[in-house]
Structure formats: C-alpha cells, structure tokens
Design a binder for this molecule. Structure first.
Ligand code: PLP
Length: 389
C-alpha cells in the first residue's frame, strides 16, 4: 500500500467481526479489564492500555494510524485542537532555561502561548526572519527547539527545510518541529527533512469541511510515547466523533488539496494581472521569491489554497472590498470547502510585533483568502465584482 489516497482510505487497519470497512465511532469511555485484581487492561496496538477514554479510544487510534503513515512517521497522537497538540508538545519538551527559535511570522496563538510560557518558565523565545539562513544563525548549544510553519501565515513564505536540515545538528539536542498545516503531507513530509515532530491543525485541510476542530502530532515512537503521557495528564485526546469526521475528511485530502491548489493558482494568476491589486503573495507564481524553494521541496507542483494579496488603496477600501464579496465569506480559518477571507492585521496577525509586521509585509491593505472548493469561475466573478465596483 503505497499511494497517498490508498493509505488515506485503508490505512486505519480496522478489522471487526462484521467486516466493516469504516471504523465505527466507539463512544464507550470504559473498557473491561482483562484481570481486575492485577489491574490488567487490554493493550492497544502500540502497547498502551485500553481502559479509559482520556487515554485511548479505538476510533481516535484508527485515525492516528492513518496520519502517521501519511506523514511517514512511526506513530501519531490526535488532540482536540491544533493548539491542544502544540501546548502539550511545549509542556512536554520545554524546560526552564531553554531557548526556542521561531520565525517572527507564526500563527498568533502560538506566539501568545510561548510568551506566557516564557514568563512562567524562564524560556527564551528568539524570533528571527522566516528563512532557513536566519534560523541556522540563531541556533546555538542552548537551543532546545526550533518551531516553524511549512508556509508562513499570512504572507506565504516558504522556509527551505532542505537547507535547514543540512546545516544543523538536529539529532538529540535541538528538536525541529514543523507545523505542516498549510502544506499537508500531500506535498510535504517534514520528517524527510529531519523534523522530529510534525504538527497539524486538523481543523484545516485534514477535516476539510469547516465542521470539526482537531490537532495531531506525528513522529518517532519514542517521542510519541512521551507525549502520550502528557496528553493523558492534560486531557487533550481527540473525541471519537471528531476522529471519525477527520478520518472521513482525510480520505479525500489528496483530491481536495489538488482542487484547492488549482483554484488558488487560478485566483493568484487573475489577481496578479488586476489593475487594482498591488501585490499577490502566492509561492505558485513563478515570479514569487519562494517559488524555487517550493518547487524543490514540495513533492508536487501544488501550493495550497491560501492566496494573500494587497489591494491598492486604504484600509477602508479593503474593508469595503471584503464587504462586497458574496460567495467568499468573512471568517477565520482555512483549508475547508468554503472560501474564507480575513484582514490579517485585525484577525490573526495582531499578535505579531508591529515592527515585525512591517518588515514581513503584513500591511493594512493585505487580505488573506483561503480558496475553497466552489467553482473557480464563481470565485473569480465574486472577486472581480467586488474589485471593479
Ligand atoms: N497551526 C496553524 C498553522 C494554524 O493556522 C492554526 C489555526 O488557525 C493552528 C495551528 C491552531 O489550530 P486549532 O485552531 O485547530 O487549535
């Protein structure tokens, strides 16, 4: 079983007495002890006890097997949100005195969380320009973790993972964690580039329909075993109904990601030629400064569904443009069936430091569009009508 979609569909490995092809939603929170006196429970396929729903659930486990294979990992753990996965990871690995290197452009709530942890736990967070070169320069012997996103949000910069993995001593001392939410394993498998852990907000492309919140960490068996204990203590396991929803979403991940990417490419090309557009930030455009890195490290010539662009005009022109859209909805999040738009300085990037926002190009006239799965002509028509008003 090698093909991406074959694994996505069959990789759960669920077998039962009925011959079900779809793993059922196991709602039971409790499971029979094998030997009550000895406190012996049944074992899961990874050797943990199956006895209580905060620790393991067979539906959630089936999803984890799929994701682990798709990422080329040894194991995975599903959480009830992306932030639950990320906060568990930080609490598991960070110790007082540690230095964490992050790009200055990162999902805002991760910055807020790191700031809280920095003040409570005496952790030093060093924010650098989102490039492999700047990260390599910032890493020293006190660096315990590098946390990056495969494509930055909202300006779609691509960090050269190949350069990073060749230039750093990543083995034991420095943990490379890659948030692969924007790119998904359809086009990028960070473990190939020596990432020790890969995280996702499954709320995005994995779920894919804007109807489920979830997160996941994939990695080596030894790391996942440590994280398993922290998930058990912090209580963040993904619940079975949500696990089923994500498992259903993942079956069509490859076809959806292709359509998101193709729609987004058409939108980026259209906007790049539009007289009311100042700049389009999409690594699929050959003139984009990140195009060559993306072509080299992405497994397919697909660049995801997020297109950011700057409108010629003031902030109020941008607000009026967004308010004129009909098919595209004004909402946060990305990677789902519906096309969604936000103005990053008000929604998402407000916790990036103002001088960093300026350097990164997160300006008042920037919008971030998550291109959905609607007919691309309807999306283009919606954009055109709102721009040509
Ligand atoms: N990572 C990225 C790149 C995100 O965009 C988000 C949410 O937008 C998260 C993590 C957090 O995920 P969740 O909202 O599922 O907690």
């Amino acid at each position: 079983m090698k093909g991406f979609s074959t694994i996505a569909i069959h990789g759960h490995e669920h077998v039962d007495a009925y011959g079900s092809h779809v793993p059922p939603i196991y709602v039971s929170v409790v499971y029979e002890y094998v030997d009550q006196e000895l406190g012996l429970a049944k074992f899961t396929d990874r050797g943990t006890n199956l006895k209580y729903g905060r620790e393991e659930n067979p539906t959630t486990r089936a999803l984890e097997r799929v994701i682990s294979k798709l990422e080329g990992a040894e194991d995975a753990l599903a959480f009830n949100s992306g932030m639950s996965a990320i906060s568990t990871l930080f609490l598991c690995y960070l110790r007082p005195g540690d230095k964490v290197v992050v790009p200055m452009e990162l999902y805002s709530s991760v910055f807020v969380l790191l700031d809280h942890l920095a003040s409570k736990m005496n952790i030093r967070v060093v924010k650098v320009w989102p490039s492999a070169e700047a990260i390599v320069e910032a890493v020293d012997r006190s660096t315990s973790m590098i946390f990056i996103e495969s494509m930055t949000n909202p300006t779609n910069k691509v960090i050269d993972l190949e350069y990073l993995s060749k230039s750093l001593d990543l083995e034991e001392r420095t943990l490379l964690v890659v948030d692969n939410t924007f790119t998904t394993p359809v086009i990028l498998k960070p473990i190939k580039y020596r990432a020790r852990l890969v995280v996702h907000s499954m709320t995005k492309y994995f779920g894919g329909h804007n109807d489920v919140v979830g997160g996941v960490i994939a990695g080596y068996r030894k790391d996942i075993a440590e994280l398993w204990e922290w998930r058990r203590l912090l209580g963040g396991i993904l619940q079975p109904f949500e696990a089923y929803m994500v498992m259903r979403g993942v079956k069509t991940l490859e076809v959806r990601f292709e359509k998101h990417s193709n729609n987004a490419m058409a939108v980026a090309e259209y906007l790049a030629e539009h007289p009311k557009i100042e700049e389009v930030l999409y690594p699929g455009l050959s003139k984009n400064p990140y195009y060559s890195i993306a072509r080299r490290i992405f497994e397919k010539p697909l660049f995801g569904g997020v297109v950011s662009f700057k409108i010629k005009g003031s902030y109020s022109d941008v607000v009026s443009f967004v308010n004129r859209l009909r098919v595209i909805k004004r909402s946060p999040s990305l990677g789902g069936t519906e096309s969604l738009i936000v103005i990053p300085i008000k929604a998402g990037s407000q916790f990036i430091e103002p001088e960093h926002r300026q350097k990164l190009g997160i300006t008042e006239n920037l919008v971030r569009l998550s291109v959905g799965l609607e007919d691309v002509n309807d999306i283009l028509e919606d954009l055109g009508r709102a721009l040509n008003y």
